[in-house]
Design a protein around this ligand. Structure first.
Ligand code: NAP
Length: 280
């Protein structure tokens, strides 16, 4: 049977390179992180799924087991959860003790540094001080501490891939997004430095910067107000978490000498934080 669109059972070009790899995904309880864990599972990689929400993580882990089985269990892959609070230094420093025996810190091939959030659309002067801390501690400080933990191991074995979720908000700032934009500019800069620091190694660094993706992200932004969250996407088709997960799988499955450094992905009807067409 020939078909222009590959069925979910057909691997993305080059994904056989992911068989047997070990992947650590933060923010795996929801959205982009959950989709990413599932597609890695389909490709035969083992995954440790990290976040705070235990029940959602366990459900995502079980979905990974099923997804891997549905493909004939490639890679004899294994799946585990690890509770992780990106705002807590203790939680990050103690991560090694919470990993399964089959996946010590030194064994990972890929870190998908995805956990993150935004709060509100308030302008400078009106922003809740606790929410400033929450966003910066999660998106910047936590990400940096965790990345260091993995990069130490990647350097020792001279291999490993850091894949970070940036954002269009890390390339173009917009009003009502100052703290989130500051966090994503910051993390874009951090990974740009890391890319250069690792140039004499076989380690790779990728930043993926999406535009609008329909996940829990906007509901978290509007503090649980689903109607406001849905209005963000009115009149255009946003990206799905699977769309970004597929980009992550693509960069992770390039040959070892290929480093996709920077990926900017929009829905077709978005061109910047300011430019979108909502005629649909
Ligand atoms: N959706 C978009 O439009 C969009 C666009 C550009 C970039 N991004 C970026 O994509 C990444 C994923 O977002 P998403 O859209 O998939 O949103 P999401 O569905 O809300 O998922 C966010 C994930 O981050 C985790 N997280 C939040 N705070 C955490 C903490 N303190 N410790 C550990 N985990 C934490 C959440 O898990 P727990 O709550 O269970 O801990 C959840 O799994 C974020 O970095 C976001 O900035 C999203």
């Amino acid at each position: 049977m020939s078909s222009a669109t590959p069925s979910p059972a057909q691997p993305i070009l080059g994904t056989q390179r992911l068989i047997g790899k070990k992947v650590f995904v933060t923010g795996a309880s929801s959205g982009i992180g959950r989709s990413t864990a599932l597609i890695f599972a389909r490709c035969g990689a083992s995954v440790v799924l990290a976040a705070r929400s235990k029940d959602k993580l366990e459900a995502a882990r079980e979905a990974c087991v099923e997804a891997n089985k549905a493909q004939g269990s490639p890679g004899e892959a294994q799946f585990a959860t690890a509770e992780l609070d990106m705002r807590s230094r203790d939680s990050i420093d103690g991560l090694a003790n919470r990993l399964p025996s089959w996946a010590p810190l030194s064994s990972f091939d890929i870190l998908v540094s995805n956990a993150g959030l935004v709060r509100g659309r308030e302008k400078v002067g009106e922003i809740d001080a606790d929410e400033i801390d929450e966003v910066l501690e999660t998106n910047v400080r936590g990400c940096i501490h965790l990345t260091q933990t993995f990069v130490r191991e990647f350097r020792k074995k001279n291999s490993g891939h850091v894949i970070c979720l940036g954002s269009i908000a890390g390339k173009e700032a917009y009003p009502g997004g100052s703290i989130y934009c500051a966090s994503k500019f910051s993390i874009q800069a951090f990974h740009s430095s890391l890319l250069k620091e690792l140039v004499d190694t076989q380690c790779r660094v990728t930043t993926i910067a999406p535009g609008m993706v329909n996940t829990e992200f906007s509901t978290v932004r509007y503090r649980g107000d689903k109607a406001k969250a849905d209005a963000e996407y009115k009149g255009l088709q946003p990206l799905s978490p699977d769309d970004i997960a597929e980009d992550i799988i693509f960069v992770a499955s390039r040959p070892p000498h290929v480093q996709v450094a920077d990926v900017l992905v929009f829905p077709t009807n978005q061109a910047s934080p300011y430019h979108s067409f909502r005629g649909n």
